[in-house]
Design a binder for this molecule. Structure first.
Ligand code: IFM
Length: 435
């Protein structure tokens, strides 16, 4: 990996990312049940019914993991707090042991010279709230605001940045329309409500944090490029709909105070009453935006099908172990488009990028990261104000519906012994991040 820090703008920050349920071990420390526990226990949802009960046992191995982050020379560690660990019933009493855990995590990072980048929600919804309809319920913004106040009251004085919700598209569409993630619904009305309530909850949490004196607040959206499968006008329109649902819905809500017409075409009849009045909350001012980027899809129209009437066409280029096409150019395109059309001068961060690979040594991952870092440099050269790049992920972990099979880590985890072993990609990054 032939880079130095001097190849990136002054003050550019490098880091690694994880999330609570994927690494901590949710059976430890008094955490409450989550909707991922019940989703995983339902046959057919998750490879081998695997769940996050033990995961990487980060709960007991936190110091070892923080040493690994320090050994990399990372400037930033992007982690999430689990709502169900902080408030096992989703509302009401806080779990003192959970708060202590995150308190130690933040102090452990600061003691090692690493900036803590907090995400408040990375998908482990407390089961008690799922039982009340979860993201479909219009009370979610209030519940989320209470949780925000509780966790920020404990660690908000020491974090470097905070974002309310990781990847709203996954929380809304993937989980309520595609049914691939908890709660596993396939229902357009649930989808519309979840997608809207996620954004309102984002706005409420942002306001709560600002009122509590927390600065450097952002939003983290995953983005997937859509290329028409052919030059046919139907395929071009289908790819535009995919882009609208995946990417422009959330950026439109956050930065234009409007949803794209090609999404409203399908979702408007199902949005909650008065949805148009929520944009002032959704648009609470932000200090930065994070882009999580992995791949692109080729999209074809499906004639005669109901909205959104599209399907994925076969990939064309090389793929990762996820079957995701490796397509670095779109990272540059997304960064420049986001700045041009939505965020202007606001700093952008690549808050996730990485690949699943079982290769040892993982030369393919080194290549993937190098190509995407080149794309970041191209975006910077085009004037996009990119201020940081975080690798997904520090270590192999629970890849949701794909269980422990897909390995995104810079550090190998043996899920029998839980031993950690840095991979070639870890050493390659450490080589120049530590210079
Ligand atoms: O593992 C996930 C993460 O939880 C959210 N972003 C994408 C990653 C890889 O699929």
């Amino acid at each position: 990996m032939d880079f130095t820090r001097a190849d990136f703008p002054d003050g550019f920050r490098f880091g690694v990312a994880t999330s609570a349920y994927q690494i901590e071990g949710h059976q430890f420390g008094g955490a409450g049940q989550t909707h991922w526990d019940s989703f995983a226990a339902t046959p057919g949802n998750v490879v081998r019914f695997e769940n996050g009960a033990v995961a990487c046992d980060h709960y007991h191995r936190m110091d070892e993991d923080l040493d690994l982050i320090q050994g990399l020379g990372a400037d930033v560690y992007r982690f999430s707090t689990s709502w169900a660990r902080v408030m096992p019933e989703g509302t009401g009493a806080a779990n003192a042991e959970g708060l202590d855990f995150y308190d130690r995590l933040v102090d452990g990072l600061l003691a090692r010279g690493i900036s803590p980048a907090l995400t408040l929600y990375h998908w482990e919804l407390p089961q008690a709230l799922a039982d009340k309809g979860g993201w479909r319920n219009a009370d979610m913004p209030d519940w989320f605001a209470d949780y925000t106040e509780t966790i920020i009251g404990r660690i908000g004085d020491r974090i470097w940045s905070a974002a309310p919700i990781n990847e709203p598209w996954c929380v809304g569409w993937l989980s309520h329309f595609d049914g691939h993630h908890a709660p596993g619904l396939r229902d357009i009305r649930a989808t519309a409500r979840a997608m809207h309530h996620v954004l309102v909850s984002h706005g409420r949490a942002t306001q709560v944090m600002k009122a509590m004196g927390v600065g450097n607040l952002g939003a983290v959206c995953n983005m997937e490029w859509a290329t028409p499968a052919s030059d046919a006008p139907e395929d071009i329109a289908a790819a535009r709909r995919y882009d609208a649902i995946y990417n422009r819905f959330f950026m439109g809500g956050l930065f234009k105070g409007a949803y794209p017409d090609d999404v409203l075409e399908g979702l408007e009849p199902h949005l909650p009453h008065g949805w148009q009045d929520d944009f002032p909350v959704i648009q609470s001012p932000l200090d930065w935006v994070g882009v999580n980027y992995y791949t692109r899809k080729r999209i074809a129209a499906v004639e005669g099908a109901p909205w959104p009437a599209y399907a994925e066409a076969p990939t064309e280029g090389p793929t990762t172990d996820m079957g995701w096409e490796i397509y670095p150019d779109a990272l540059c395109d997304f960064l420049t488009r986001t700045a041009r059309e939505y965020t202007g001068d606001l700093p952008l961060f690549v808050t996730e990028n990485g690949m699943a690979s079982g290769a040892a040594p993982d030369e393919d991952r080194i290549q993937y990261l190098a190509e995407h870092l080149m794309a970041v440099r191209a975006a910077v050269a085009d004037g996009a104000p990119v201020a940081g790049y975080f690798v997904w992920s520090l270590m192999d972990n629970y890849e949701w519906a794909l269980g422990y099979e897909k390995r995104f880590g810079l550090v190998h985890v043996d899920f029998e012994t839980l031993a950690r072993t840095p991979k070639a990609s870890y050493h390659a990054l450490a080589d120049w991040w530590r210079r």
